[in-house]
Design a protein. Structure first.
Lengths: 340, 443
């Protein structure tokens, strides 16, 4: 459940009309979206192992509830921006699995026609602004998306995701200041998965509670169980309501966990197998949603149908990503500057 | 013993100013720290404080005098007892012609036919930049200006003077001193379709934000397969001002010109400034617009046509010649023109090219000139290593080596952090004589 950050009594948002949790259909959708990300990432891991995906590849496995829960609170036209661990965000935004996977394999059918790769994908149509490879850079850019909404007086919010590692970057604090100063409708989401690459949060920051990191600017915040999609959705609803009411930015700290390495080449010596196993077996967001679905008496066949559907989409994306041709050699010289 | 009060300099680049008001009269007792007068330049208004004590015995420069050169005696402090009854002879305000910074009239003979814009009027570079922003902001509601001191203070160098009044705080935005953050924010706004003008108080401070400029603004179009343009202008003074030391005196031309995904513009004249800034704001790409603080106060003839605009990517032949091609940009165009005058006196006819844009480079104009003159000297204020001169000369070697009668040469700033001491600073920045010497070695 969402809990107010300790010590933030003043300025704590009131969660009026709090929903009771997700209804049956919402929960089914959340389950399906989280499962799609999980299976997609597993497949990406396989393709990486086969040498079909090169370079860096940062998997989102374990953290699925965060993007799925937040996306459920957003509306048409709201923008999303994140770091390089971005595949889940793109799928949650409604981008096609085919286009994402084909970008991972560097093919013409990818969202950036093979020129961006895992860390650099965008979809104007789905309001997804990347995919950024420089830790923390997306935070000021996301603040700029919020700026553009405010400038145009549009009732849209921008959601800016970053990790616990990025939360120490100077420009994150610069962005908090700017967003609070200009009252920008920006939702900052720290995905605290406990490790910035191989460095645990405790070793990287003297801040013991990241949800308080924006307190000097009086930006309200919530610390949230990011392994529980219902808690995420509920907190996101509060943040979205705050922003849409013109009250300025909001910070969400999502306590989450990644099961896989930082990237594919991570030997993982900074944490124990037991720690990972414990999270997987006790806190997994997909298992959690499945257990809740049982309470709705959802027929097992419905669940199976979703599983099959997801499996089919992911396999199709993998097939497409291997059959889509590599970009034409002339692509080397396009998209450097716009005509004009 | 009488003490002279001298006209003070309000800024590193000020050479003259207006003595707008006397706050003390002859006969008044003055204590150190008293405000005795107000002076102003096109950039700022400031109070003059007395540093010495005594009775004001004479005012040498009357109120309202314009063009008072720095260090001109403006008043005399007598000793306590020596009350100067007789009004001192008033030196009228026509002192010391500001020698060095008189605008260099462009010896304009356009070779490559540039569009004829008709009538002109004199305008300072500072006003030209302001007028360009104002015109584009009137035409397009998506254009806004953000930077430190751009709004209420009217611009650290008064370039944005009046914009807050006309466009309001929504579109002329004072940023906190947080280059990395506000640059990234502007880049995000541009990615979502707005057209920000980001003013850096100087380009030295843009190093705080260079990640956002290169990694985010310049590369995203490519990385997104053409989806995500970033129509944004980064502008502000670049290069050496005067006596401000190494951290405030660097030329970033070659840093930015190195990077695909950017266009880099470096105006010299007020017409360049106005025409190119308007084009930059309209351009759908990220533009680095390198201004020069010393040029801000200089005036040039600028077309009065309300549609006046100049193309990015085209150099201008400022002066035609037959014996050597001088290639320069920004303030060094003035240096090149002075050198060309000196060379003419020695019987050498120099063609002077004002690059105007550094990326994309107008190699066609340079090559055409070198094929005529068979000699080239590049002039830049920045460091030589991997500099603009290195690039221009390499282009010449690649494209018209066989036309050369002498090795390409370059004149550049000394390869040192810029020193503060006046004599050392002068030794580090290209002077017209350096250009003359470099040219003479080619014959």
């Amino acid at each position: 459940m969402a809990q107010a950050a300790e010590g933030k009594r003043r300025g704590k948002p009131r969660l009026s009309n709090e929903p009771e949790g997700l209804g049956r259909d919402e929960l089914l959708r959340a389950y399906r979206d989280m499962l799609l990300i999980r299976r997609f990432e597993e497949k990406a891991g396989q393709l990486y192992g086969m040498g079909l995906i090169g370079g860096f590849c940062h998997l989102y496995i374990g953290q699925e509830a965060v993007v799925v829960g937040i996306q459920m609170a957003l509306g048409e036209g709201d923008q999303v921006i994140t770091s390089y661990r971005d595949h889940g965000h793109m799928l949650a935004c409604g981008m096609e699995a085919r286009g994402v996977m084909a970008e991972l394999t560097g093919r013409e059918g990818g969202y950036s026609r093979g020129k961006g790769g895992s860390m650099h994908m965008f979809s104007k149509e789905r309001n997804f602004f990347g995919g950024h490879g420089i830790v923390g850079a997306q935070v000021s850019i996301g603040t700029g998306l919020a700026f553009s909404n405010a400038y145009r007086n549009q009732d849209r919010v921008s959601v800016t995701y970053f990790g616990d590692g990025a939360s120490n970057q100077g420009q994150v604090f610069e962005s908090f200041n700017l967003a609070a100063l200009l009252k920008l409708p920006c939702i900052y989401v720290i995905e605290n998965n406990k490790y910035g690459m191989g460095t645990s949060v405790d070793r990287a920051t003297a801040s013991r509670d990241l949800s308080k990191n924006a307190a000097p600017w009086s930006i309200p915040s919530l610390q949230v169980d990011g392994m529980d999609v219902e808690a995420v959705k509920k907190a996101a609803d509060a943040a979205v309501a705050h922003c849409r009411a013109g009250k300025g930015p909001f910070l969400l700290e999502m306590k989450t966990y990644r099961y896989r390495g930082h990237s594919m080449s991570d030997p993982g010596r900074y944490r124990s197998r037991e720690e990972i196993q414990k999270m997987r077996s006790e806190r997994d967001c997909i298992e959690g949603a499945r257990a809740k679905l049982a309470a709705f008496d959802v027929d097992e066949a419905v669940i199976r149908g979703i599983d099959e559907d997801v499996k089919r989409i992911v396999q199709d994306s993998a097939d497409f990503a291997q059959t889509s041709p590599e970009p034409a050699l002339s692509e080397l010289w396009t998209d450097i500057l716009k005509e004009g | 013993m009488a003490t002279q009060i001298l006209m003070p300099a309000l800024s590193p680049t000020m050479t003259e100013g207006k003595l707008s008001r006397w706050l003390k009269s002859v006969g008044d007792m003055i204590k150190a720290g008293d405000v005795i007068a107000e002076i102003e330049t096109d950039k700022a208004t400031m109070e003059v404080e007395a540093v010495d004590e005594g009775r004001l015995s004479a005012i040498l420069v009357p109120e309202g005098a314009e063009g008072v050169a720095v260090n001109t005696p403006i008043a005399v402090l007598g000793e306590e007892s020596a009350v100067a009854a007789a009004p001192a002879p008033t030196v009228a305000a026509a002192p010391v012609a500001a020698a060095s910074h008189a605008p260099v009239a462009p010896v304009a003979v356009a070779a490559a036919a540039e569009k004829e814009w008709g009538a002109t009027a004199p305008l300072s570079v500072r006003e030209a930049l302001r007028d360009a922003m104002a015109a584009e902001m009137r035409a397009d509601g998506d254009v806004f200006l953000i930077g430190e001191e751009v709004a209420q203070y009217q611009g650290a160098y008064k370039v944005s003077q009046g914009l807050l009044d006309e466009f309001g705080a929504r579109r002329v935005i004072d940023s906190p001193i947080t280059e990395h953050g506000f640059t990234g924010m502007a880049v995000g706004a541009a990615m979502n379709g707005l057209k920000p003008i980001v003013e850096f108080m100087t380009f030295n401070f843009a190093m705080q934000a260079i990640d956002q400029i290169i990694n985010s603004a310049a590369k995203t179009l490519y990385m997104s397969g053409g989806q995500m343009g970033c129509p944004i202008v980064f502008r502000g003074p670049n290069g050496a001002a005067s006596r401000v030391g190494a951290q405030h005196s660097q030329c970033y031309a070659s840093w930015y010109a190195h990077c695909p995904g950017l266009k880099v513009v470096a105006p010299w004249s007020a017409a360049d400034a106005k025409g190119l800034l308007r084009a930059a704001i309209r351009d759908p790409n990220p533009i680095i617009f390198l201004e020069n603080e010393i040029l801000y106060g200089q005036s040039f003839e600028v077309p009065t046509d309300p549609d006046f605009v100049l193309p990015i990517g085209k150099a201008k032949v400022e002066r035609e010649g037959t014996d050597v091609t001088l290639v320069a940009f920004s303030i060094m165009v003035g240096t090149a023109l002075k050198a060309a005058d000196a060379l003419a006196a020695q019987g050498i006819s120099a063609e002077v090219i004002n690059l105007r844009t550094l990326r994309p480079l107008d190699t066609e104009t340079i090559v055409r000139s070198v094929k005529k003159t068979s000699r080239i000297v590049t002039i830049e204020e920045g460091w030589p290593y991997s500099g603009i001169g290195a690039e221009v000369n390499m282009q010449i070697i690649e494209q018209c080596f066989d036309w050369l009668d002498a090795p390409p040469a370059r004149v550049h700033g000394a390869d040192v952090p810029l020193p503060y001491a006046a004599n050392l600073e002068k030794l580090a920045l290209p002077q017209p004589e350096w250009v003359v010497d470099a040219v003479r070695k080619l014959f």
